[in-house]
Write a protein that binds this ligand. Structure first.
Ligand code: 13P
Ligand code: SF4
Length: 319
């Protein structure tokens, strides 16, 4: 704890010195979330991170999360310097949707409106008509269907299946998945419900349909935190990254949070309820990023121009 306090003090001084602001996702280490709160930065879901970063006065944003979040910040604020604790922090959805293949897929279906999840590269966003996050996916797809549009959805097949089921709208889908949420299992959840019969189940929609079916609340990270506070149940079983417990506990201090069971265990489970890329964010590499100006997120200017259109559409739609 002494070390932690020393790092925290150093980071606070560096943020001031470098005119920087810390923006952190709910899945990062609780200490990073605490630091973001204490320094006037923000802890948020991916949509709120994008919005918050774009209105901040500081010249530098330090984005603790995964790479697509840093790229989104750069696309929306090209004049700012965007640093990340490490550029190695990627996302299985981003990896599973390479721009050349995705572009070819879209080109083969020219009469479709292209909707991509925020968890994608700048190049994939540049090929899209719309970017969405899990908090507004349902609304955007319904809006497009009302306008009579046919829709390509990428890359998360589980979130896509959830959107299809909720809206009744058919979409042409890419075959990607989140390695963390895909691990949650309905059988384990049913067994856990036997132990905690009064518990409510909260599920992020990147989870498989069989898990979503058992949920009392489904939603983005922010929506799940809100549900944790609002649901009357004292015990809550949570099927998303365990980093979220920090904020859930703050939002509902009297409640008991229980991790939803996953398929693997011990050494076989690389991603059991904790994203291995979010876990790469630490106090040490935040210090290095600020001291040495690395790892800076750079996005090609032409890509920024193209990728900003669908991102701005999302922000305007959700305003
Ligand atoms: P949210 O938009 O719900 O924060 O989700 C981001 C993410 O990567 C979930 O795995
Ligand atoms: Fe990507 Fe899943 Fe990690 Fe979120 S939790 S960043 S979707 S791999």
């Amino acid at each position: 704890r002494e070390d932690v306090e020393r790092y925290k003090a150093r980071i606070k001084a560096l943020l001031k010195e470098k005119d920087a602001c810390l923006v952190a996702h709910y899945y990062t280490d609780p200490i990073i979330q605490e630091l973001a709160e204490e320094t006037g930065g923000c802890v948020a879901d991916s949509l709120e991170m994008a919005r918050f970063g774009s209105v901040r006065p500081e010249k530098t944003l330090l984005v603790a999360g995964v790479r697509f979040m840093g790229e989104t910040a750069k696309i929306l604020s090209p004049e700012k310097r965007i640093l990340m604790p490490t550029l190695e922090a990627t996302c299985s959805l981003d990896i599973g949707c390479p721009a050349p293949e995705f572009t070819a897929f879209c080109d083969a279906h020219p009469d479709y409106e292209v909707v991509v999840y925020a968890n994608t590269s700048a190049a994939v966003k540049a090929r899209a008509d719309w970017v969405v996050t899990s908090s507004i996916a349902l609304d955007v797809v319904e809006h497009l269907a009302d306008e009579g549009k046919k829709i390509i959805w990428a890359p998360d097949k589980h979130l896509g299946a959830y959107v299809q089921k909720e809206t009744g709208i058919d979409m042409l889908m890419w075959d990607g998945a989140c390695i963390v949420h895909e691990e949650f299992k309905a059988k384990g959840l049913l067994d856990l419900k036997q132990v905690y019969p009064d518990a409510a189940i909260l599920v992020h929609p990147e989870s498989p349909a069989s898990v979503i079916e058992l949920a009392d609340a489904v939603g983005s990270t922010s929506q799940l935190i809100k549900a944790a506070a609002e649901l009357p149940n004292r015990e809550l079983i949570v099927a998303t990254d365990r980093g979220i417990f920090y904020k859930m506990q703050q939002a509902a201090p009297d409640k008991v949070f229980i991790e939803a069971p996953t398929g693997g265990s011990g050494a076989t489970c690389r991603s059991c309820a904790h994203c291995p890329w979010m876990a790469l964010n630490g106090l040490e590499n935040i210090v290095t990023a600020l001291e040495e100006g690395r790892d800076e997120v750079l996005v090609d200017a032409a890509l920024i121009d193209e990728a900003r259109k669908p991102l701005q559409r999302m922000l305007d739609f959700s305003a």
